[in-house]
Design a protein around this ligand. Structure first.
Ligand SMILES: C[S@@+](CC[C@H](N)C(=O)[O-])C[C@H]1O[C@@H](n2cnc3c(N)ncnc32)[C@H](O)[C@@H]1O
Length: 460
């Protein structure tokens, strides 16, 4: 008999762990036989029973079985909500402790990469979100039809389990309602659904975005393939729902690892939906980035504008501009704004938003900041003030080199990833000191951070 069959199956043993801290993904971190172990759902100072699920040379992963000693910061997970859903990693932690955790994550990132004089940085307490629940303006649900039954929802992490119409307490109620209604219409019209196993054409994802100020809703139907049976009828039916004013199709392919494909086409209604922030209007088309928590975005932008110390003689570069939000808000306080953004639709929205707000001193350029900023410098544009708001990957090394040459006098860095922020500050530390970092909680119940750092040129 093969050796494998002679051995008795080893029963997985439960282990007892004292949780020391939270990891960057919000999981409890402890040690078992000197090896680090990550246990989602466990909290600092708790003693828990866990089952080891992953055993790698450098770390372990465990599943929480039972809490032996409970943290005073533990709160009940929202009732009726599937705990496997992503985006609720901290929903079992009291909100003040979530804010403290987000502050500590920033300090830990600084400690890890130790940019010059980091101990002197003032890392301010996290600004709480006005609402801890119902704040998300966008729902992006996947669609499948196993055994003829339509399912629309979110995948449980690391699985092919699609949780159908999940109760999602951080999502705005209107976006959830439209997703539910969209599912019924897809079902009624028997719209073909893209099959992930057979790689067939059809509907793959339904994105619902709400502009909080106007209550206008835009629905984007992401499809594999272009010609999908009865899709125009679905668009018409969606337009009849309350609040829906715009329906688009975005086309993707099975080999695209991103949710969104490159081709976007309007099927019905308006081109954009209208959001309002700090008394300025922002028209949004489907692929343009917009913060997920519009109410808290006002606090984020006000912090950034305050740290910029703008004066009327300055030229401000709004780098990674999205639909032009920060530049348009800053335009009242400077001589000129130049925005830079890669996505053509976002640039078109930014230009449109400049006109909507009767702004006369702002223009938006399409392309990468890495390419366009050196061109602006060469053509003699004075780069007095700079705001960067990059994706999670942070700034490209080539851009940092350019910035160290250009040396804008006032410089604000908005970051959604404290780890890349700290790494970029190491390089920027050659010329810049950091005065203050303000964390703004954009996404309660998640471990995600958003920080605003104020950089000042060091006196030689
Ligand atoms: C985090 S969003 C910030 C958008 C905007 N500042 C806001 O607050 O709404 C980052 C934006 O940068 C754009 N982007 C990503 N890489 C870029 C690059 N290399 N150059 C210019 N824009 C880029 C993305 O398309 C996205 O709109």
């Amino acid at each position: 008999m093969h050796k494998q069959f002679k051995r008795k199956p080893q029963k997985e043993k439960d282990v007892i762990i004292t949780i020391k801290r939270l990891g960057i993904n919000g999981e409890g971190v402890g040690y078992y036989k000197k090896k680090i172990i990550f246990i989602p759902g466990a909290l600092p100072n708790e003693v828990v029973v866990a089952k080891i699920t992953v055993d790698k040379p450098r770390y372990l992963e465990g599943e929480l079985v039972r809490i032996k000693e409970k943290s005073p910061d533990r709160v009940d997970f929202p009732k009726g909500v599937d705990p496997r859903i992503g985006g609720l990693e901290l929903a079992h932690l009291a909100y003040p402790a979530q804010l403290a955790f987000k502050h500590d994550i920033v300090v830990e990132s600084l400690r890890r990469y130790h940019p010059r004089a980091w101990q002197k940085y003032k890392v301010k307490p996290t600004i709480p979100a006005p609402s801890e629940w119902g704040y998300r303006n966008k729902a992006q649900y996947q669609i499948e039809r196993p055994k003829g039954q339509t399912k629309l929802g979110l995948f449980a992490p690391n699985s092919h389990d699609l949780i159908d119409l999940p109760e999602m307490p951080t999502q705005s109620p209107l976006t959830q309602k439209i997703e539910r209604q969209a599912k019924s219409l897809v079902d009624k019209l028997r719209i073909p659904i893209a099959n992930p196993y057979r790689h067939t054409k059809g509907l793959k994802t339904i994105v619902v975005r709400e502009a909080f100020a106007s209550k206008q809703v835009q629905v984007t139907l992401i499809t594999v393939g272009h010609e999908i049976l009865r899709l125009p009828e679905l668009a018409e039916a969606l337009m009849k729902l309350d609040h829906v004013v715009s329906v688009y199709q975005n086309e993707t392919t099975w080999d695209n690892p991103q949710v969104w494909g490159n081709k976007t086409e309007k099927l019905a209604g308006q081109n954009q939906i209208m959001e309002v922030l700090l008394d300025k209007k922002f028209a949004l088309s489907p692929r343009a980035f917009f913060q997920l928590n519009p109410v808290q975005t006002a606090n984020l932008y006000q912090t950034a504008l305050k740290y910029l110390d703008l004066t009327p003689d300055m030229t401000l570069i709004d780098a990674y501009a999205g639909v032009g939000t920060l530049g348009i808000l800053a335009s009242d306080f400077v001589k000129q704004v130049i925005g830079i953004e890669t996505i053509p639709e976002a640039v078109a929205d930014a230009k449109h938003n400049v006109q909507l707000n009767h702004v006369k001193n702002a223009d938006y350029l399409q392309g990468s900041v890495e390419k366009i900023l050196p061109q602006l410098q060469k053509s003699g544009v004075p780069i007095d003030a700079l705001i960067v708001d990059p994706p999670r990957t942070g700034l490209a090394k080539s851009l940092i080199k350019t910035l160290l040459k250009v040396q804008p006098k006032t410089f604000v860095y908005i970051s959604c990833n404290p780890s890349t922020l700290a790494q970029d500050l190491v390089l920027l530390g050659e010329k810049y000191d950091v005065r203050v970092i303000q964390n703004v909680d954009m996404l309660p119940q998640t471990p995600r951070c958003e920080c605003v750092a104020k950089l000042v040129l060091r006196d030689k």
